[in-house]
Every structure is written in structure tokens, then in C-alpha cells.
Design a protein. Structure first.
Length: 428
């Protein structure tokens, strides 16, 4: 049995897009894989996160709903999906953070043709971040620059041990950088979150905040940096003072933040206050801010919105100005949606139940390689190739670097880009 070695494969398991993966393929199956984290193993061996010995259930054929979901041919599924979308007054195109950039572009065109709503997953957090970056004059620091120069690292509202497992080893705490040749001995890490996690054991200090109140800790830090009195903060003021002392003295600092900042609907205020904190820190030293992505092409979706519409907010094409509608998120306007095209996402797992319950009332079209909690709620289901394993694509690393994903396995499943193009051509 001949084996093929694919060297320096880019791993499509998270926003790090690690480019040092070696994959050995024999008989069109991955036999072994090197330099990979747990999430990468799950991706290439099609297993579940946290239970890597359990295979994920693959959707084998297109399905449409009669009384129950029944298997059908590809053309029938496309026709049913097109009929649903054509009959919709305002459809939703959602997910796409595990799709290649060109597939995201086609999905945006579908939303435009249908005068629907286009929203990538996590836009609730990332839209205010990119809007603030656009107006701040900051730049998105390359991860290689953080690795080479940072001596103070802050993880705020995120846990890279779970979301991006190799981030600590490649870009932040442990790697030897050009200016940090001793790795973790030359760096200090702080963790800010609502509960202790694995990262706390690697941190100098852990600051606990109440859900949705991160901005209060940030405002307190800003006051301390300005040498103003702090009298009304009820949290761990000693931890904040310690953090501020180290951050102000840093030669180069980096703050990585995650979905924890979106709790209790305070994403916009938290992100904008965090940007103000970074701006204040840059009056004393050099500090950068980078979002931490667990999906591999979240950044690609945001880059697409910026490039096509000039704004990172979800696009409402039912308006004359789709990117200037003043509506920050889909969740506040879900009652307007009457059909949904979901790509590579499981909203019945990721959305709050009060919002996902609203999706039960509308027809859903799902494009996904695997069975999820959403699958049985759908009118049409398309199985698809896995981008970065069974299909090529372009993805943007969390710092904005575009990278080409390779195909290491052959498959009869169409890519999500092909499925979206077939739907788009019949719509237009």
C-alpha cells in the first residue's frame, strides 16, 4: 500500500492555521499526522472534540423533508433549496466561518440577490472590534511579531487551551522569539475571565470578573494608567493594580480576547472600552490587540465584509445601504427572518435557546459535512467536502494573513463553494 507524505500542510482546525503539519495518506485515508494539536487530530480523522476516539457522523447524501428527512439526489435538493429561498421575503445567510474565502464570497452574493441578511458567526463580537480598529489608527499585529517581541500577554475572555491549543506554543507564552530567546522565562501572562480555567496555572495573576462587566475592570485600569483615584470598583483591585503595573512597564504587550466579552449583550461596550485601554497603554509603551478565533476562517468573513461593503457589520441587503443599518447583530432582528441558509454552523448548539427556538419556525437549508443538532430541524441538508482536508480554499489567519488550504484526501462530496454556486446561479 503506497503512502503519500504531505509536508507543511495548513491545519484548518482553528484561527491559528498552523503551517507545520505533516500528513501521511494511504488508501485515501489519513494514516498518521505529525506536529498537530488535539483539534487538528479531530479535523483530519473526523472525530469529535473532547472525545477523539468517537467518529463524527457524516451526512452521506442530500436530504429533503417530506414528513421526515429522506435521502434524495443532488439536483432535487438544489431545486428545493432554491424554491425555499425564492419564496422568502428576508432570508438569513449564516455561519461560514469554517468555509473558504471564495465560498463566503458566493454566500454574500446570494444574500445580495435575495435582499437578505448576511452574518458570519461571532459578528456580535468582531463587528465592534473591526469598526473600532478602522477608526483608531491601530494595525492588526502579525502573530510572528507577537512571538518575537511580546513580554506581557493578556488573555481576556478566552481560553486558548480549548479554542486554539497551539497558540500558546507557537505565538505567545512558550516559543523562543527573536527578542525573547528564553521563551516563557521572558514573558508574563495574565488571565481575565468569569471562572478559573487551565490557563490560570500558567498565569502570573488571574482576574475574575462578573459576566458582562469586563468594561468595569477596563475602566478601572484606564483610571490607574491616568493616575486617577479609584473608589468605586468592587472587584479584585489588587489584581488590577498588578496587571496595570506590568502592562505599563512592558516593552511590548499583546491582548488576546474572545467570546467572553460578548456576555450579557455587552459586546460593543466591552470591545470599545478594551480599545480605549489599549490606546491608553500606547501612550506609555507598545501594545496590540488581537481577537482569538476558534473557527479557522472567521477573519476571512470579516475581511470579505470590509472589502465588499467597506464595513464589518452584518449586511442587511433589504436596506438601501446594507452595511449602514445601525443594527449590530442578527439576534436582535431574528423575528424578521423567514428562511435560513446555514453553512458549516450549528445554531441550535451555539445560539441561546430563546433565539434558536425562533429558527424552528422557519425553513432551514443546511450545508455541513456532519450531523449536528441543527440537521434534524432542516428542510434541506447538503453533505459537503471538508475544506482544508477534502477541498482546497483560501483562509485568513487570525492576524489577517491569507493562506491557501490544500486537499489531502479525495472525495465524491462537492465543496460548499460548489453547492453555493449552484444555488446562486439558479437564483440569478
Amino acid at each position: 500500500m503506497a503512502e503519500t507524505l504531505y509536508e507543511s500542510v495548513i491545519c484548518p482546525s482553528c484561527g491559528c492555521l498552523c503551517d507545520d503539519i505533516d500528513v501521511v495518506v494511504a488508501d485515501n485515508k489519513v494514516k498518521s499526522i505529525r506536529n498537530v494539536c488535539q483539534w487538528g487530530i479531530n479535523k483530519f480523522f473526523f472525530t469529535k472534540k473532547f472525545t477523539s476516539t468517537v467518529k463524527r457522523g457524516r451526512v452521506e447524501r442530500p436530504m429533503v423533508r417530506e414528513n421526515n428527512l429522506v435521502e434524495t439526489d443532488y439536483e432535487t435538493a438544489v431545486s428545493r433549496a432554491v424554491d425555499i429561498l425564492k419564496c422568502s421575503r428576508k432570508p438569513l445567510v449564516y455561519g461560514l466561518t469554517n468555509s473558504g474565502y471564495y465560498a463566503q464570497n458566493v454566500a454574500l452574493d446570494i444574500a445580495r440577490v435575495l435582499k437578505g441578511w448576511f452574518e458570519p458567526r461571532k459578528a456580535v463580537l468582531l463587528s465592534p472590534y473591526y469598526s473600532a480598529m478602522k477608526n483608531s489608527g491601530f494595525y492588526i499585529a502579525p502573530l510572528d511579531e507577537v512571538r518575537n517581541s511580546a513580554d506581557v500577554i493578556v488573555y481576556w475572555g478566552c481560553n486558548p487551551v480549548h479554542s486554539t491549543p497551539k497558540h500558546l506554543a507557537r505565538y505567545s507564552l512558550y516559543p523562543r522569539g527573536r527578542c525573547k530567546e528564553r521563551g516563557n522565562l521572558d514573558r508574563v501572562v495574565f488571565t481575565v475571565d468569569v471562572a478559573e480555567n487551565e490557563l490560570v496555572r500558567m498565569s502570573r495573576r488571574y482576574l475574575m470578573v462578573e459576566p458582562g462587566t469586563d468594561f468595569l475592570a477596563m475602566e478601572t485600569m484606564i483610571k490607574l494608567l491616568k493616575n486617577e483615584k479609584v473608589e468605586d470598583y468592587e472587584g479584585d483591585i489588587a489584581a488590577i493594580q498588578d496587571m496595570v503595573q506590568y502592562m505599563a512597564r512592558a516593552a511590548y504587550g499583546a491582548i488576546f480576547f474572545g467570546l467572553g466579552l460578548s456576555r450579557n449583550g455587552n459586546a460593543v461596550r466591552n470591545v470599545e472600552t478594551l480599545m480605549t485601554l489599549v490606546k491608553e497603554l500606547n501612550q506609555k509603551t507598545r501594545f496590540v490587540i488581537v481577537p482569538l478565533y476558534d473557527d479557522f476562517n472567521t477573519n476571512g468573513a470579516m475581511q470579505l465584509l470590509l472589502r465588499e461593503l467597506g464595513s464589518p457589520v452584518p449586511a442587511d441587503f433589504s436596506c438601501d445601504h446594507p452595511a449602514d443599518h445601525g443594527m449590530p447583530t442578527l439576534l436582535e432582528n431574528l423575528h424578521e427572518i423567514d428562511a435560513a441558509l446555514v453553512v458549516g454552523e450549528d445554531p441550535f448548539w451555539s445560539m441561546p435557546s430563546e433565539h434558536s427556538d425562533q429558527l424552528k419556525k422557519i425553513p432551514i437549508i443546511l450545508i455541513d459535512p456532519f450531523w449536528t443538532r441543527t440537521t434534524n430541524k432542516c428542510q434541506v441538508v447538503f453533505p459537503t467536502a471538508i475544506t482544508g482536508v477534502e477541498a482546497e480554499g483560501i483562509a485568513y489567519r487570525m492576524d489577517g494573513l491569507p493562506l491557501k488550504l490544500r486537499k489531502v484526501l479525495e472525495t465524491d462530496y462537492p465543496s460548499d463553494e460548489v453547492i453555493l454556486e449552484d444555488i446562486y446561479h439558479r437564483l440569478s
